[in-house]
Ligand binder design. Sequence first.
Ligand code: BES
Ligand code: MN
Length: 898
Amino acid sequence: MADQKKTSANVFYRLNGDDRKLPLTSSSSDLCSIGMHSSYSASSSRDGSLGPDPGRTEGTDDLRNSIVHKWTHDQSIVCLVCSPKNGLLFCGTQDSYILILDLTTFQKLSMIKAHSGSVLCMHLAECETILFTGGSDSLVKIWNINVIHKRRSQRQVELLPTHIIYSLLDIGDIFSVAWIESTKTVLFGSQNASISFVHLGKISNDNADPSSMPSNRYDKFFDSTGRISDNSKQSLPLPGGDKDDCQSLPASRLIEVPSCNIIRYAHNGYVYAMDMISNIDAKSSLLGGTIPEEFDDVILSGGGDGIIKLWGFKDNKMTLLRSLDNSEPVLCIVTKQGDNYCTLYCGLANGTVNAWDLSTFQLVRSFEVGRGDIGCLGLCDGLLFIGTEEGVCKKPSLSDGTVVWLPSSDSCLAMSTFRMNDVSYLVSASMDNSVTLWNVNVLDRSCVKNRSDTNSVSINRMIEVLRKMVSFETVSKEPSKFLDQSRKCASFLRLLCKNLGAVKSVLLPVPDANPVVLATFQANKPNVTGKTARILWYGHYDVIEADHTDSWDTNPFEVTAVNGYLYGRGVSDNKGPLLAALYAVADLFRSNKLACDAVFLIEGEEEAGSYGFQKIVTKNKDMIGDIDWVLLSNSYWLDDNVPCLNYGLRGVVAADVEVWSDKPDRHSGVDGGVSREPTIDLINLLSKLNDDTGRVRLPNFYSTIKELADDELRLYEQITKKVKGAEISELMTKWRLPSLTVHRISVSGPGNSTVIPHAATASISIRIVPNQETSEVKKVLVDYISECFQDLRTENHMKIGMTHEAEPWLADTKNVAYQILYKNLQEAWGVEPIFIREGGSIPSIRFLEKTFNCEAAHIPTGQASDNAHLSNERLRITNLYKTKEVLEKTFNRLPCKN
Ligand code: BES
Ligand code: MN
């Protein structure tokens, strides 16, 4: 840290230009009042991960917090199904594709051309390996879902078409599709009011003929619109016969619906909806004994005629059993089956939902939700979700009229609910081409007053915790404004570490600054070498300011999850990477596999030059104990594709230079020309810092710089081979040469164009490299500016205040830590990583190396496009997971230092 000492009358060092005095001096006793809710304890919870999550503060969850992820697309999503077993989401698009989304990494996995028109409806077999789609091309297709696990945790999903079903009738759009597993029968409802069904085992496809397919026939309305690409009888890959819970389907083939399997006027309108209820275990209870026992399966269909029909299915025949009249077109249906009841909800075209008791076939409730169509319905955890032209709402209680609207303004086109890892989710697709994944349990709590205390495991707890972390506005550059937020965040982290299993987790108060979190996890598995290594993870919970809110597309302090990325201030620098390390250690610890001691040292002042850090670490060195390696993740990849290891950072010396006059601010018309102006003096000074080519003009500035070694040059060559657009000379300039930047010139007074400011300040910084010494650079800078100022022979005054500094850092890429990291990184990503340096600075690395007499290794997490320090900072979720994966192995394999 810069020393606070006076030198001469008009040149002195001072601490940070900010007012470092905090309204509250920190002491440990302050912490309890800012600490977390008292009900949070260190006990462990059902899921065995951590106790009541400090991330869940009572009453603060609002509906927006329930959005787990959002995907945007360039076409409408018309239908969707979820596959929790595969962790996948299948979306049918208006422009004929199936879009596959990953529910673990939230990446878009693939797009598969499915039909020659819109994919209008989908159904997933219970085994979740067979997908059915119906399209506006009048075809039903059956797909085998094939998840290929490529190298570590990378996967690819293939949809192999096994059957293509067409009808000789002009059935028009296919709006609904259902599947009877027990008899291997596909059913579908169409625009021409028909229901067709095909028994996949029995059909002989001898008459099936590609030229008879709808696309090859004369079309009454549009004429023939060309040939589609599916050519028919040729054999396609076999469906997965290895899946034991699903009998394999015969090889792909073209099937023509036998004319006896078409119920031509199933409804007196489009057949919008179909569903299936098993009548097997429910003969007397579920359907109230009203369905003849001979029917094992009951098909429900809903049509534009407003009628719900119940059909018994047996011996490849459908028998109409009941009709229920809703008076308005039925657009969607969903059934709720209890132990001895079955309720059918119908979404109608007039904004009404009807609930039918299927034991008595009585209409038990009818409630109006809004104007326009009820296009889709979902049931989950006793909640009914209703998709309307005005968005999605939920009905927490069926007995009263209240509905709660979810914050999505657009018309809802499709929805689906599912449970995965004990959490209930809702997925909805809206008119703006987006798909939103909601955590129903959070949604539930946000409107139920007496909610239960059980906390849920979400798709990923780490991301939920990151959301909470980001919600703390931990801007360190303005300590007085964000003091409370920083302290809350530090307390949250401390408690989180405790809950995750740290033996010791404390806050180290830093005078006039944000506290440091120190948490130690103890090995619970012997190390192969017999000696337990102690690894220090360094990170920071403070962030750079984000007050240019208008240049952010979203609220910077509220994580927005879109298309596989998390957006928010600090997600990449440094809250995300920090949690990846913490959860890596926590997961090892939880499964009794932690083979090292892991010490987390997390500061809250990095972005302000690590104010007070060195002092507090030195003071608590004994408590921290001996350290074998320092690890950190506080920088980014060189591009968006190649994983990197970082082995060098520039240092920095930053200062404010102020020139001021004894005169007040004056009017330039009245007083202009009378005296030397501070702003002009300052600009004169600044002009002397660089030469015309941008080289720094401080005396002897370049003389100590380390020369380029041969093996270093080879690293640069490696980089340019792998990273598109990377140029050796530019990289070298950024990484191994110093630079000087003028960040800002500010002036006193109102800032209008008639005022002579009485004072002007420039914020400058110099990035330095090995072997330039910070102390030497500071001295040279001060001496040089003072000299130049004297040469100006002005009546004004000048002072230089050092704001922060950092030593440059260079690691040995051949040490065992880098070897281990390299191997683990390569394994995790399936490609060879590259070694890079950075032009940025981290004040604490070199200090920690010296203090603990050990080496540091630096693994970047995010991509070059992360926008750290800028607006729309983001982090790809996959990168977060991969860093965690890499660190799990690295922590456990690092040896003790020699
Ligand atoms: N994560 C950065 C360091 C960094 C920046 C690494 C760019 C790689 C590329 C860190 O959080 C940071 O912002 N450091 C400051 C330190 C300064 C305030 C002493 C920096 O480099 O400006
Ligand atoms: Mn930063």
